[in-house]
Structures are given as C-alpha cells and as structure tokens.
Design a protein. Structure first.
Length: 287
C-alpha cells in the first residue's frame, strides 16, 4: 500500500511540473501508470483498510491523465483503466468500478476525461445490480442535466452514442419528476446552432420516452411540448429550433405506430391539441 501511495504522490508531483517539461515527464507518467495498474490489484494492497479510498484516488489520477497533452500518456492511462476494470470484472467487484466511474462523470472535468468515463459507464451499466439501479438513476439525473449543457461537440457526440445504453438499462428506474426535469432541460437544446447538439438532444428525448415505465404518457407529454412550442409558426421563427423539433417528431413516428390499437379519441384527448391550434399554424418557408 505504501508503494502505491508513493506512486500516486509521484504522479501528482508530475502534474505540477511546467509544460516545457511535458516531453521529459511523459515517459515517467507512463511508467507510473503501469506500476499503479499492477499494484492496485496486489492481494496485500486490497486487504489494507484504506484500499477503497486509494482505489478512488487511482481512478481520479488516471482519468486526469486521459486529458494529458501527450497522446502516448493518454493512451497508457486509458489502457490502465481498462485493465483495472477487467480485473475487477474477474473478481466480481464491479460495483466499486461503477461508483468511481459515476464520480468521474459527476466531477464534470475535461472533455476527454468525461468521454472516457461516460463511455466506460455505458458499457458496464448493464451489469449494475437491480437493487442499485434506482440509486444510480437518481444520482445520474443532475449529472446528465449538466453534461447536456456542455458546449463541446465531442461530449454531445459521446452522449448521443452512449446515452441509449444507459437509458435502456436505467430508464425504468427514473421517476416521473426526474424524467420531466430531463425533458424540460433538453428541449432548449433543439434550438442550438450545432447540428451535433440537436441530434444529441433528439436522441436523449426519444430514449427517455422509449425506455421509461410510462411510454405512452411521456410520448404524449413530449408531443404536447413540441407542438405547443411551434404553434403558431411565423416566417421569422428560429430555423434551428424548427429543424430540431421536426427531427424529434420524425423519430417519434415509429413509436406512435405502436399505439395504433389504442382508442384514437382517447389518445387525442390526452394530447389536448385543439383544431384551432393547428389552424393558427402559418406558412413557414425554410430559406
């Protein structure tokens, strides 16, 4: 344990060095990563009373290196994290990994670190124990609300790609209030100028409806919010918002087809969109 703590201290010392020494210290960082990876699964180290705390420090240090300016260091750090995760899988101690990945997501650090942590969490989310799913869903809600507001397109691309995996497994464990909060926070992203951000928002909204416990309820809720936000439509309407809304509506069509057997009048009543609302829609020309 003392040797592992010493390696972490050496790594922290390297973080404080001037940028001009990055090239000289990159090899040292890589060597320390390899040493830490070996020590963290030493049987004597795991028996130490401070092991859970040091294990968390190891993850934090390695994820910090995932944003290192030297590409070789980033690769070694990411491989070290993957090795630790694989060993935890073999030992049946993935819960500890889930917690540390969640902590890194919550830390809301540099884009590279967030992408690495979020991607790994999405891959492993299916192995969260059922009794732990509600806890992770509750704690992830504010994290997702924060990440969806990040301006980096790399993060939006990561959320778009990996978000489905998370909602597929945890979606039914979110309560109604949390899902409404997510929808309301995501809707403004449909008017962003970035096409990547709009696609990310669209996919998140669809995943929320698709994998929650009350599919029809939230499909109707989302439809009402989308339609009311675009009625009436004027020629000077936000172009990006209209494109974003129509993209979500396009993605909702396959889900709506599943409701064909439901009484149409009952569905329309729950939607609560009157004919006079639709009459107010004016000619909208996309220039």
């Amino acid at each position: 344990m003392d040797k592992l703590i010493k390696q972490l201290e050496n790594l922290k010392h390297l973080f404080t060095l001037a940028k001009k020494k990055d090239a000289a210290t990159s090899k040292e960082k890589s060597q320390i990563c390899s040493t830490i990876c070996e020590l963290v699964h030493n049987n004597d180290v795991k028996l130490h009373q401070n092991y859970p705390f040091v294990f968390g420090q190891v993850f934090e240090a390695l994820f910090s290196l995932c944003d290192d300016p030297i590409a070789d260091v980033r690769i070694v750090a990411d491989e070290s994290i993957n090795t630790i995760i694989r060993n935890c899988c073999l030992e049946g101690s993935l819960t500890r990994v889930h917690v540390e990945l969640y902590k890194e997501i919550k830390r809301n650090g540099p884009a590279r670190s967030i992408r690495s942590a979020f991607t790994k969490f999405a891959v492993l989310v299916c192995q969260i124990k059922p009794q732990k799913c509600r806890i992770f869903a509750t704690n992830l809600t504010p994290c997702l609300l924060t990440l969806i507001q990040r301006p980096e397109e790399s993060i939006s691309a990561c959320l778009e790609k990996e978000g489905t995996k998370i909602f597929r497994h945890l979606g039914r464990f979110f309560n109604d209030e949390e899902l409404r909060s997510l929808i309301e926070k995501i809707l403004p992203n449909l008017q962003l100028s970035s096409a990547q951000a709009r696609r990310c928002a669209s996919n998140f909204l669809i995943d929320i409806c698709n994998f929650c416990r009350k599919r029809m309820f939230f499909v109707v809720y989302l439809l009402k919010r989308l339609i009311k936000s675009m009625i009436p439509v004027y020629a000077n309407e936000n172009y990006h918002q209209m494109v974003g809304i129509f993209n979500v509506l396009r993605m909702l069509i396959p889900i709506l087809k599943e409701f064909d057997g439901i009484n149409e009048s009952k569905f329309n009543e729950s939607l609560d969109i009157r004919d006079d609302h639709l009459i107010k829609v004016k000619y909208f020309k996309i220039s």
